[in-house]
Design a protein around this ligand. Structure first.
Ligand code: DX5
Ligand code: ZN
Length: 223
């Protein structure tokens, strides 16, 4: 099994020590930095937006994995691409014209991601598989960090993996919410390629070690 891609979530960083936390991410084995944008409408919380994206883009050496938990994401795709996003995830539930949204993200030079809430079946993606680079499976209801992982996600990912194989779709599977060392291996066994982790990284005694451990979570645990 190959090593998973790891994306620590900025939402759990210490904003009063942002440069310190970004330096830590730069020195770590993280592959991306996950950047959660919440508008207080699509989700019941407001996080951060363009000014922070600019600062993070200037200081962070890792590509930015931007997760838009906002209504009408089409309005802002260009601004996020210009702001330094490497991947842009729009929510399936927020996109009446998903084919257009995903195509636009690619046109802007970014990887096109679609995020699915826990209740959204993967089957709805069947007609846009060619437009997707990565599928972000929410393993919590989006809006807050530090929530409990929804166990059904494991089955959902296994089903998605099979669905992608049946349709010969090379899209990656990314998981977001409540991810930690305790469920990482099950997620990878089910078919996940990329793990987002907020609190399990930044609340760990040593976040650098926590990232390395997640990066190696495909390996059997030593007794
Ligand atoms: C939740 C966000 C997540 C969040 C994950 O709505 O999309 O990216 O930062 O945080 P943890 O890992 O603490 O669940
Ligand atoms: Zn997220």
């Amino acid at each position: 099994m190959i090593k998973p891609l790891i994306a620590p979530s900025l939402l759990a960083a210490d904003f009063a020590n942002l440069q310190r936390d970004l330096d830590l991410i730069n020195r770590s084995e993280a592959d991306y930095l996950h950047f959660d944008v919440m508008d207080g409408v699509f989700v019941p919380n407001i996080s951060f937006g363009f000014p922070l994206l600019k600062a993070v883009h200037e200081h962070c050496k890792k590509p930015l994995d931007v997760h838009l938990m906002i209504t009408d994401p089409d309005r802002y795709l260009e601004a996020f691409a210009e702001g330094g996003a490497s991947t842009i995830h729009a929510h399936y539930e927020a996109c009446p014209h998903l084919h257009r949204t995903l195509s636009r993200i690619r046109e802007l030079g970014c990887r096109a991601g679609v995020a699915l809430n826990p209740h959204t079946p993967v089957s709805g993606l069947v007609d846009v598989l060619e437009q997707i680079d990565v599928i972000l499976i929410m393993s919590v209801n989006p809006g807050f960090g530090g929530q409990a992982f929804i166990p059904h996600t494991i089955q959902k990912i296994a089903g998605l993996k099979q669905f992608l194989q049946t349709n010969q779709c090379p899209a990656l599977i990314e998981v977001d919410g409540g991810v930690s060392l305790s469920n990482a291996q099950s997620l990878l066994n089910a078919g996940a390629d990329m793990l987002v982790a907020g609190s399990s990284v930044f609340n760990a005694p040593d976040p650098l070690v926590a990232i390395t451990q997640l990066k190696n979570s495909h390996l059997p645990l030593m007794a």
